[in-house]
Each structure stands twice: as C-alpha cells, then as structure tokens.
Design a protein around this ligand. Sequence first.
Ligand SMILES: [Zn+2]
Length: 218
Amino acid sequence: MISTRIRVMQIQKKLDSAPFQLVAGHPALDLVNTLDWRFRPSGAEELLNNYADLLCFAEQSGLITPSEIQKLATSDPVRKRRSLSSTKRFRECLASILYAVVDGQAPPIDGVRSLSAFARTMRKSEDLEWCDSRLRWNAGGDRVRASDVPLRRLVSTALELLTSAEIDQLRACSNQECRWLFLDGSKNKARRWCDMKLCGNRIKARRYRSKQRMVDSQ
Ligand SMILES: [Zn+2]
C-alpha cells in the first residue's frame, strides 16, 4: 500500500514540472484540450489518466491550492475514480457544445441538457452567501464530497464562461488534427494556433517540405 506521504510527494513532483500546456486562456477550454489530438485519424491521446493527473491539472489551472491537494489525494479511491470519470463526461459534454459554437452551429440539445444536469447537481449543495461585498455561491461543507472539488470548480468556471460575452472570442487551432480550443484576446483577432511552437511551426515545416518537394520535382 502506497503511503499518503509518497502519494503527495509524487503529485508534488508532477506539479514542479508543470506537465500541462495551458494555452487556452481559460481552465474550461484547457480541460477540453486534455483529450489531446482529438481529431487525429490515428486516435486521440488522453492526458488525464488518473486522479493525480486531475489534481495536477486543477492546481496548475489555479482551481485548487497546493494545501488542498494533500486532502484530496487521500480521499476514498472509489470516489476518486468516479470523480475522474464524471470529470471526463463533463469534459466531453463541454467539447460537444464548444466545437459546435466554434463551427458557428447551435450546440447539440443533448449536450446542453447534460450541462444543465451538471449545473443542477452542483447548485444543490450550494448556498448564496455574502462575501467580499457581493453574493457568491458557496459549497456547504459536509454536503460536498471532497473528491468532487476539482470537478465542481471546473463546472462553475465553465458556466461563467459559457454564459458570458467572452465566449465570442472562442477559436480552435488551425491544425485540423489538433483543434485545441482557446480564447483569442488579441487586438486583430488573428491568433491561429494553440501555440506557435506546438502547432504553428509544425504546419509551417510541413508546408515547407511539400513546397520543397514541388521545387525538386520541377
Ligand atoms: Zn494546435
């Protein structure tokens, strides 16, 4: 049986190396991007392989604090597994909505229904409280399963984005096998790549190679 201390140390080691490329400008979009190469014909790559990965992602995204990790890492293993699979279901529900939006279509009805269900489940255990000069939804202590804390915060921040004008800035990477989502906050609205180093250069190199082939064959 692996000790709590070792488990927390393993997570800490991952955190120090910042394993996730958070380039989307919003945690909900970065979450969708954790199913990497989503549109690659040879298959996607899962970046959330266990609950520890989810904790790393949530911490790197600023949704949970390093001190919360210790508590979350030691929650019940069955609940952690369930929470991870709910988070992935939520991610795919978000993906179905966001890729429709970025393609200029209305989101699928099933996706919107599923998102409503996630929102309702979350709100059930929350109360409005006066905090820092405004009303906020706060989760009531015992009614919330510790393992679901990252998911709850992801649902909350995703709902804020989806119901705000910020969603107008939603774009997808121009690499058709990648299509990572991001918010284009640039002045001229000309951002094309999730990251120049990740996709931009790769596509440029491919174009250069095919141009070279054309020149060579002339
Ligand atoms: Zn990309």
